[in-house]
Structures are given as structure tokens and as C-alpha cells.
Design a protein around this ligand. Structure first.
Ligand code: FAD
Length: 407
């Protein structure tokens, strides 16, 4: 038996779930599949302990998807972005640069939320939408495309006739593979540790990135936890160093991370598991095929610097939704899929290149390179036109000439 739908979304990660909420809210019939059911509790095994800092342009996308009213009560605002260079002999702050959103906007740069909570609220929103059928436990298996439709077979044998297939199925995207689209990948030999901490000194809605070597150490505000100020941490280092750090006892780890943070929030207390994420840059050669588009990590992967990853995915979604709404009878025509590729590919490439450069600068080990980085940061952030361009980019508002900043 065959089912029909307007849109089949392969992938129920944060990007696929947001896309299902957005297209379902816009009145399209949507089926969203994912072999891995979403984990929606903080302390459950396998919960995604990363957080997402949604920058300003992502908020209307979440509003239109009926999500923002659910998410806002749990979000911590990011008012100030602080960059610290601690690349001297000792891990002490030797250069501190602040960007205050108030200099260019009435609103904060963005709002930070835990990924497990995003999944919980997104699944709840989907259950309100009669237009969407979410099928955790079932995956995309293969696909045949014709001029008029795509015929998708799911892992449970169900066959779906869809006008448009959206590949939001992650960095090893099965949809990308089915289309035969290659991707260019850069490996840095780096991994990220993501976890939560509490601290004595309040964060005052300041997001801080500390550079020394191996990659940035980033503290992003969270709402208080059990009455204590709390932050999400992403700590990037070489693979072997991450293995060493994750094997330390909790007191040893706490001592090392407090030193690596230059002590800016006082002693840090670990309040979650330590989760490990491999760091790569990747971009698909094309973002569309017949009756198909690729979005989010299926299309682009970035090191977690500047909160660009999922925000870029929501920019993909905004463009795709607008194109689809201009062809509501058939959202899979080339006027949608090919226009999506043209609208997004160059922009995505520019951001991937920019973040790649920032990451390489942050990895610098040799003292002379670290001194150079400090000088470059100082010059860059002291010149006011450059500073304002970087701040607007931090808001995700850079248009095509992306000069990403950190978040
Ligand atoms: C440490 C870290 C911190 C980050 N912080 C930020 C941040 O602050 N701001 C930001 O914007 N971004 C951030 N990012 C990036 C962001 O987390 C990712 O962009 C986002 O989580 C990726 O979502 P996704 O839905 O594209 O991919 P995934 O979460 O990988 O989802 C893909 C889904 O596809 C499913 N799938 C696999 N095979 C199939 C199949 N056959 N059929 C159907 N489904 C399938 C998988 O089960 C999975 O659920 C960070 C990344 C890292 C590593």
C-alpha cells in the first residue's frame, strides 16, 4: 500500500523536527521519519546535552512554527559576547573584548536552550498538528524520483509518494547518499566536550569564549539550576586530549576546567555527564536533486564556533518554506528545489570558510602564533566599523558577505 504526502522529512533531529513543525503549521501534509526516537529528558542515557544559542533571525522561524511561545520560558538571553585570549604562558586572561547587543539592538544577540528540551517541546508541538505524522523508530531506506513525485521506501517497508523529500538526516545523510551527492569534509583531529556546570559568580547573561590552544572553551548562559548560576560548556581540544580529560575523576576535571576558563566565573562544578562530539567542517556539493533538498547537517557541518550551525539550518528552512509557499500545490518542482540550491549554497560556503579560519586560529599551539592571534583579535575588535560588522554577523544578519563572529 502507498501513502501520499506533500513532504517527507528524513531525520527527526532538532532541524528535522523544526522543519516538520514549520511545514505542518503552514498547512502542508508532512511525514517525518527517524529510526532513533528523540530523547526528551535531561538525565536519560544518550540525552543531547549540547545547547543551541538561537540568534535573532531564527526567532521568527520558530514563531511561525508555533514553537517560540513554548521555548521562550526556558531560554537564557545572551546579552554580551565576551572573547578572552589566554594564550600567554599561564592560562590567564590577557585580552578581554566585549560585544554588547545593546550597542546595535534592543534585543539580546540570542537565547540559549538545551537540545534535549528543544526535542521535548518540538515533539509536543507536533502532536498538536493534524497535518504532521511523526514516526520515530522508522527510517528512510531508499528512493526513486520521477518528474512528478518521489517514491520513498521506509525501513518498515512502507512506501510513501511525496511531492518533496527533505533530507535533514545528519552528517552521513542517507538521502544525500541516495541522490549520489558528494560532500567535501575537513577533519581537524579535534573533539568537543559538551556538559553543564554551576558556578559561584553569576554569568550576567554574558557568553564567554576563552582561547588558549586546541580550540575555544565556551561558556554559554543557562537559567539557574537548583538555585545556582549555571552555564553550558563546549570545550574543544585534540582527540587524545579530550580522551584524557573525559577519563579524569570529577575533582581533577573540575580543577582543569576551572583553570582553562581562566577562573572567570570562579570554581566550576560539573553537573552533567561529559559528552563527546567529533569536530569537522563539511559541505555538500549540491543542496538539491530531483524532488529533493538537503538541509542542516545533511548539507553543512561546522565547528561549534559562533553558534552558526543550527542557525544556518533555520535560515535554510526559512528560504525553503518561502519557496514552497509560492508553489503550494506542488512544493517539489524545480522552481523550489533548484532555487533553494541557488539561494543557499554560496552563503553556506562563505560561512563554512569563515568558521574554518576562526577554528584554525583558535587551535594555534605555538606561543608565537598565539601572540599573533591575540594581536589580530585586539586589532579586529578595537576598530569600530569592523566591530559593528562582526556584531551584526553575530546576530546572523550579515547577508551574503558573511564574516562570522563568535557566540
Ligand atoms: C558541541 C556542539 C555545540 C553546538 N552548539 C550550537 C549552537 O550553540 N548553536 C547552533 O546553531 N548550533 C550548534 N551546534 C550545531 C547543532 O548542534 C547542529 O547543527 C544540530 O544539532 C544538527 O542537527 P541536525 O538535525 O541537522 O542533525 P542530527 O541531530 O544529526 O539529526 C539527524 C537525524 O537524522 C536521523 N537519521 C539517521 N539516519 C536516518 C534515516 N535512515 N532515516 C531518517 N532519519 C535518519 C538521525 O537519527 C538523527 O536524529 C553545535 C554542535 C556541536 C557539536
Amino acid at each position: 500500500m502507498r501513502e501520499t504526502t506533500d513532504i517527507l522529512i528524513s531525520g527527526g533531529g532538532v532541524a528535522g523536527l523544526t522543519a516538520a513543525c514549520a511545514f505542518g503549521s503552514a498547512g502542508f501534509r508532512v511525514i517525518c521519519v527517524d529510526p532513533a526516537p528523540p530523547i526528551t529528558e535531561r538525565d536519560a542515557e544518550g540525552a543531547d546535552l549540547r545547547t543551541t544559542a538561537f540568534l535573532q533571525p531564527s526567532i521568527p522561524v520558530l514563531q511561525d512554527a508555533g514553537l517560540w511561545s513554548r521555548l521562550e520560558p526556558h531560554a537564557a538571553p545572551l546579552q554580551v559576547m565576551r572573547i578572552i585570549d589566554a594564550g600567554g604562558e599561564l592560562p590567564e586572561a590577557r585580552l578581554i573584548k566585549d560585544f554588547n547587543a545593546a550597542d546595535i539592538s534592543d534585543a539580546p544577540f540570542g537565547w540559549n536552550l538545551p537540545n534535549w528540551l528543544l526535542r521535548r517541546e518540538m515533539v509536543a508541538r507536533l502532536s498538536e498538528l493534524p497535518t504532521v505524522s511523526f514516526r520515530p523508530g522508522t527510517g528512510f531506506a531508499r528512493m526513486l524520483t520521477r518528474d512528478t513525485e518521489a517514491l520513498v521506501t521506509l525501513t518498515d517497508g512502507t512506501r510513501i509518494v511525496a511531492k518533496l523529500v527533505i533530507g535533514a538526516d545528519g552528517r552521513t545523510s542517507p538521502v544525500r547518499e541516495a541522490l549520489g551527492i558528494a560532500a567535501s569534509t575537513t577533519r581537524y583531529g579535534q573533539k568537543a566536550l559538551a556538559f553543564a556546570v554551576t558556578h559561584l559568580i553569576p554569568h550576567d547573561n554574558v557568553s564567554t569564549e576563552v582561547h588558549r590552544s586546541g580550540g575555544p572553551f565556551t561558556l554559554v548562559p543557562l537559567p539557574d539550576r537548583d538555585g545556582h548560576p549555571a552555564s553550558a560548556v563546549v570545550w574543544m581540544e585534540s582527540g587524545p586530549e579530550v580522551a584524557r580529560l573525559s577519563a579524569l575523576s570529577v575533582p581533577e576535571f573540575e580543577a582543569e576546567m576551572t583553570a582553562r576558563s581562566s577562573g572567570i566565573l570562579g570554581p566550576l562544578t560539573l553537573v552533567s555527564r561529559r559528552t563527546i562530539w567529533p569536530i569537522i567542517s563539511q559541505i555538500a556539493d549540491r543542496l538539491s536533486g530531483p524532488r529533493t533538498v538537503l538541509m542542516a547537517e545533511a548539507a553543512h557541518v561546522l565547528p561549534p564556533i559562533g553558534a552558526q550551525g543550527l542557525n544556518m539550518s533555520l535560515a535554510d528552512l526559512a528560504v525553503l518554506l518561502e519557496l514552497a509557499q509560492s508553489h503550494p500545490e506542488d512544493p517539489g518542482v524545480p522552481a523550489v528545489t533548484e532555487a533553494f540550491h541557488r539561494a543557499r549554497h554560496l552563503e553556506v560556503k562563505a560561512r563554512v570558510t569563515g568558521i574554518d579560519l576562526l577554528n584554525r586560529a583558535s587551535m594555534a599551539k605555538a606561543p608565537v602564533l598565539r601572540d599573533l592571534r591575540a594581536k589580530a583579535l585586539d586589532a579586529l575588535y578595537s576598530a569600530s566599523p569592523v566591530r559593528h560588522t562582526l556584531m551584526r554577523a553575530g546576530l546572523g544578519a550579515s547577508g551574503k558577505s558573511a564574516t562570522p563572529t563568535r557566540g
